[in-house]
Design a binder for this molecule. Structure first.
Ligand code: AMP
Length: 577
């Protein structure tokens, strides 16, 4: 399918021609479009909020919040400047210093956005967590990230956090978004603190390499890793907002991702604001009719969503254009999992435009490979590298990269290191961080191919990490929790392909002697893990087994379990015990 989205005479995209922009692209030139701080520093919140609040955009709606009941609250850039300054003053009053970490565990409510940007103003580091996390994943992140402050609701505090407090001695304050009064010295009412806080704040003179954001991502061999990003990342957010999402003055943009996932922070908060457009935030979860009516009612121009949601819409066999006026929609992008050719083509049939797939990950901080509005969209391909980004395919031989240059050869997807939003560390895990780099290349952990025209095609993960409804799930984390159940002796987790959610989390469990292989035991283990891990992470399927296949060194061979489950060839078994 040869298809470009550029319709002459309608809007000219910010990148009318991919090749010519690649030829002349320089990060330093784009950097000049940011304002920087008066003292010469760089701060994400200044670029996203204050510089617009001090300009002709002061009264433009920065954030439109849609409540569950569909009522609205608009925050102009000027409102957002005031509220984020108040939040920064709240943190200062609580003696939060540069590089301290501030966490959130809330749904998509305005305080989340205010807290994220307000924290950045102070030079502290912000870490958003999914509100659906159970106590264990929350504990892992709060303790590893040395959280000093947590923003949450009374209900989530009571249900998940209170029980963890004795294990979190560094956590000094809990700020409750819905409490009218302070509870005690530690657990405070955020609205009371905000009411007392001055609305002027002098942004900390952060430097481009100062830490700003922390995002946890799952690994195969340990607990989640904290990928640390710096203020310089804002340059990638700006550039990708401009050239990939094609954000233009006056645009209404909607990213459906939750900020608990890196997409919901980089593109649900920063990129649209840095580009000075209106950012839609919907408090509610997926609902097809609601989503279509939001696109219509709010005249969304650019929509950024995920394959799981697209597949849910596809299943409905419903033609939205017969019921909704979506004539303002100019561009649809998708990220997070493979977007299959049929889904791209469905977009073309349903909305009159193909859905543009793009690829990136927590560690890259922003979009790295994409289909662009001015380029031929190849259904099933992730597209081409962002101008300024060098991507390649290679093998790792004796710890060195050997580039593969023939078209469609399969290998590791590699990125030339040094782009602005590259993660700068895995928190307190220097070795793990170093291992991701081979010479000048960052090894992404994904396998891919590149065709003769330079389009990249996703093949799969090079490790055992599971992608379920767009969430990364590390098997180790789930296995460790399952093994806390009194009946479980050993457990192994795999991702089982699922047509809707990509992969579902499946557990193989070896029971301790004396425990019965019954439905009741299964239900009990499922309930236990849902309570501890939350529904997004807990296994949906459990199979009892006598033993788990392991390597001679004792590592679980999840790959083998998966091959057996799917009836595929078992591959190399030389390391099997
Ligand atoms: P996360 O760090 O949670 O954003 O997950 C990143 C991982 O999601 C990548 O390393 C890929 O395995 C997968 N992923 C993201 N975008 C795509 C895409 N467009 N196609 C295929 N897989 C993707």
């Amino acid at each position: 399918m040869k298809d470009t989205l550029y319709i002459p005479g309608k809007e000219t995209p910010n990148m009318p021609d991919y090749d010519s922009l690649c030829d002349k692209f320089k990060w330093e030139n784009e950097f000049k479009n940011l304002e920087r701080l008066p003292g010469g520093g760089l701060n994400i919140a200044h670029e996203a909020v204050d510089r617009h609040a001090n300009s002709h955009l002061a009264n433009t709606v920065a954030l439109r919040w849609i409540r569950k009941d569909r009522s609205l609250i608009d925050f102009t850039y000027s409102d957002l400047k005031i509220q984020t300054s108040q939040f920064a003053n709240v943190l200062e009053k609580l003696a939060i210093k540069k590089n301290d970490s501030v966490f959130s565990l809330v749904g998509r409510i305005p305080y989340l956005y205010v807290a994220a940007l307000g924290t950045l103003k102070t030079g502290a580091v912000f870490c958003p967590m999914f509100s659906v996390f159970g106590p264990e994943p929350a504990f892992q992140r709060l303790s590893k990230g040395k959280a000093k402050v947590l923003i949450t609701t009374t209900k989530l505090y009571q249900k998940k956090i209170k029980q963890l407090m004795p294990r979190l001695p560094l956590l000094r304050h809990i700020l409750l978004t819905d409490a009218k009064q302070h509870i005690d010295e530690k657990v405070l009412s955020l609205s009371m603190l905000m009411d007392e806080a001055p609305d002027e704040y002098l942004i900390s003179n952060t430097q481009p390499e100062d830490p700003a954001l922390l995002h946890f991502t799952s690994g195969t061999t340990g607990m989640p890793k904290g990928a640390l990003h710096v203020h310089q990342a804002v340059l990638t957010h700006y550039v990708t907002g401009k050239y990939v999402l094609d954000l233009q003055p006056g645009d209404i943009f909607w990213c459906t991702a939750d900020p608990g996932w890196v997409t919901g922070t980089s593109y649900g908060i920063i990129a649209p604001l840095v580009n000075g457009v209106t950012n839609i935030v919907d408090e509610e979860e997926f609902d097809a009719e609601r989503w279509y009516s939001i696109l219509e009612e709010h005249r969304v121009n650019v929509w950024y969503t995920a394959p799981t949601a697209i597949r849910r819409l596809m299943r409905l066999d419903f033609k939205p254009l017969e019921k909704y006026d979506l004539s303002n929609l100019r561009l649809i992008h998708s990220v997070g999992e493979p977007l299959h050719a049929e889904e791209v083509i469905w977009g073309k049939k349903t909305f009159g435009m193909p859905i543009c797939d793009n690829w990136w990950q927590t560690e890259t901080g922003g979009i790295m490979i994409s289909n662009y509005s001015s380029m031929e969209v190849r259904p099933g391909s992730m597209g081409k590298p962002l101008p300024g980004i060098e991507a390649a395919i290679g093998n790792i031989v004796e710890d060195k990269v050997q580039l593969l240059t023939k078209p469609m050869e399969q290998g590791h997807l590699l990125l030339k290191k040094g782009w602005p939003s590259m993660f700068r560390a895995y928190l307190d895990e220097e070795e793990r961080y170093k291992k991701c780099f081979k010479g000048e290349w960052y090894v992404t952990g994904d396998l891919a191919k590149k065709d003769e025209d330079g389009y990249f095609w996703f093949v799969g993960r090079a490790d055992d990490i599971i992608k379920t409804s767009g969430h990364m799930v590390g098997p180790f984390e789930v296995e460790s929790t399952l093994m806390e159940h009194p009946a479980v002796s050993e457990a192994a987790i795999i991702g089982k392909p699922d047509p809707l959610i990509g992969e579902l989390v499946k557990a193989f469990v070896v029971l301790k002697p004396g425990h019965e292989r019954s439905e009741k035991t299964k239900l009990d283990i499922k309930g236990f893990s849902r309570k501890k891990l939350g529904p997004a992470v807990a296994p949906k399927e459990i199979t009892f087994t006598d033993s788990l296949p392991k390597t001679k060194s004792g590592k679980i061979l999840r790959r083998l379990l998966k091959a057996r489950e799917l009836g595929l060839p078992e591959g190399d078994k030389s390391t099997l015990e």
